[in-house]
Structure formats: C-alpha cells, structure tokens
Design a protein around this ligand. Structure first.
Ligand code: G1P
Length: 289
C-alpha cells in the first residue's frame, strides 16, 4: 500500500502582474470567483481529497492568504449578534483546524521548482500534492481526489494532463506519452515550455501534481531551465524510470485564472454551476448575447 496522501504545497508567491492594479495591494490568489477567493477553492478541493496539512509558499504581502483560514472572532461576534446563522456557519466551515497550515517564504522568485524546494522541511519523506491556485477546477469529484486515487493505484508520481491546441503547447509543461490505460497515460518524458516544433505531444501538465519526496533531491541542485528559472518539470523528468510516473486525464474543466479571459470565463461557469446564481447569470448572458 502506498503511503497515504496527507500533505499539500500551494505555491503562492507570484506577484500577479497580469492583474494589476487589482493585485497592487492584494494577493492574486484572493481574487474571487463569484464569492470565494481562488485560494479557498484550492484548499477546499484538497480537503475533499483527505489532505490535512498545508504549506503555503508565500512572498512579501501575502500573509492575508494564511489569515483567510484563521478564526475571525470579531466577525463571528457580529454575525452572532445579528442572527446570521448561515453566514456564520459558512465562515466556520472554512477555518482550518489549528496547526493544519504552515507557511514559508520563497524570498526570491527563482521559479516553481525553487518554490517547491522551499517547502522541503514540510514535505520531509512523504508524498505530497501540489495545487497551483491559478488553475481553478470545476469537477464533480475534486481533481485532487482524482489525483489521489491515481496515486494509490500506481504508487508513484501523477500529473494532471489535458490536450491543448498544438499552437498553445509552449505555454506549458508537455509530456512524452507512453502506454495508455483508461484515464492514465504513462509519462516517458517531460519538457517545460517547448517550442511547438519540439513538443513531444499536445498533452500538457496543468497545475495539479502528486509527487514523491525524491523530487526534492533533484530540485536541490538548482539547475536552471526554460526562461532561466528553476523548473519543477526538469526535476520531475529525472524521476522517470526510477519511479512510476503517470499523467491523469482528469474529469472536469480547468480555468486559467492567471489570465483575464480565463478568469472571466470562470465567473460565468461557476455562477452557472450554482443553483443560487444560475438564473441571474443566464439572464445576464441573454442580455449581452
Ligand atoms: C507552470 C508549470 C508548467 C505547467 C503550468 C500549469 O507554469 O511550470 O509546467 O504546465 O504551470 O498551469 P506557469 O503557468 O507557472 O508558467
């Protein structure tokens, strides 16, 4: 039996320059979709998969992300006094149990691989999930839960994958696929943001991973890759052959909320997916169609 998956690392040090001026004072992971910040969607998705321990890899001005999961006594008191039972319950549900969340600072923006390396003392020798909160998932079964099941079945590394139009491959990590079994594709190679003509496929990695702790040893070498950054993809590639490595065609939809158009689409899709918001959103869409 593979070790149970209980830990998740959330890299949240990015500056969010694509959303300035909204992100001048506020962490981009606090941007709401309907009424919930991106960071909270990621944490809830992970909790639905049995994740109990969280490490936020933050940077300057990002403390509000940890505060979001704290108990807000003043707010709770006001809600109690005003008999706002529903709001109070929602607020209490989102707080994490004491000690469930730690944060560490990346200090310098050296790349995603470096951000994960910063969580090494949290990871220790356990398998761990990575969730990039910019990638917002709309799935019937939590995407991290689907990843956890794939990890339990294969006993090794799993990355969430999807097909993209060939001309978009250079925005992503791309897999060289091997044998396919159901939703699982064997990963034979991984390359970060290849030029279209060098891409091994159009199956790209999205921001959900379950990795074995051995990846940290490779990250510790601080080798620079695409864009001069320490890339997670390069260190993951070194695990291939030594450990099982699969891509999971997850069931659901992904919205790239690091991009304005993707973020706006997420608002529409999430509103339509909610009973309380669908009629209003349908009316809006009709009005502007
Ligand atoms: C990162 C990873 C890339 C992956 C992508 C998914 O890139 O480096 O391999 O495909 O996330 O969102 P970034 O979007 O940070 O440039």
């Amino acid at each position: 039996m593979p070790k149970p998956l209980r830990k998740a690392v959330l890299p949240v040090a990015g500056l969010g320059t694509r959303f300035l001026p909204a992100t001048k004072q506020m962490a981009k992971e606090m941007l709401p979709v309907v009424d919930k910040p991106l960071i909270q969607y990621a944490v809830e998705e992970a909790r639905a998969a049995g994740i109990e321990q969280f490490c936020f890899v933050t940077g300057r001005g990002k403390s509000m992300l940890v505060d979001q999961f704290d108990v807000a006594f003043e707010l709770e008191r006001v809600l109690t006094e005003r008999n706002k039972a529903k709001e109070l319950e929602a607020l209490r549900e989102q707080a994490l149990p004491p000690g469930a969340i730690v944060s560490t600072r990346q200090q310098v923006p050296l790349g995603l691989g470096h951000a994960i390396w910063c969580a090494r003392n949290f990871i220790q020798d356990d398998p761990f999930a990575i969730l990039l909160p910019d990638d917002l998932m709309l799935c019937d079964v939590s995407c991290t839960q689907q990843m956890a099941e794939a990890y339990q079945a294969t006993g090794g590394n799993v990355v969430a994958i999807e097909e993209v139009p060939k001309e978009h491959v250079s925005r992503y990590g791309v897999i060289a696929p091997g044998a396919t079994q159901g939703n699982l594709v064997e990963v034979k190679g991984l390359v970060e943001k290849p030029p279209v003509e060098k891409a091994p496929s159009n199956l790209t990695v999205i921001g959900r991973y379950v990795l074995m702790p051995e990846v940290i040893g490779h990250l510790s070498k601080f080798e620079k890759g695409a864009g001069g950054e320490i890339q997670l993809t390069d260190s993951m590639a070194k695990l291939i052959g030594a450990q099982p490595f699969h891509g999971l065609r997850y069931q659901g939809r992904r919205f790239d909320c690091g991009d304005k158009a993707g973020y706006l689409e997420a608002q529409v899709a999430f509103a339509l997916s909610r009973e309380d918001m669908a009629p209003a959103m349908q009316a809006i869409l009709k009005k502007y169609a």
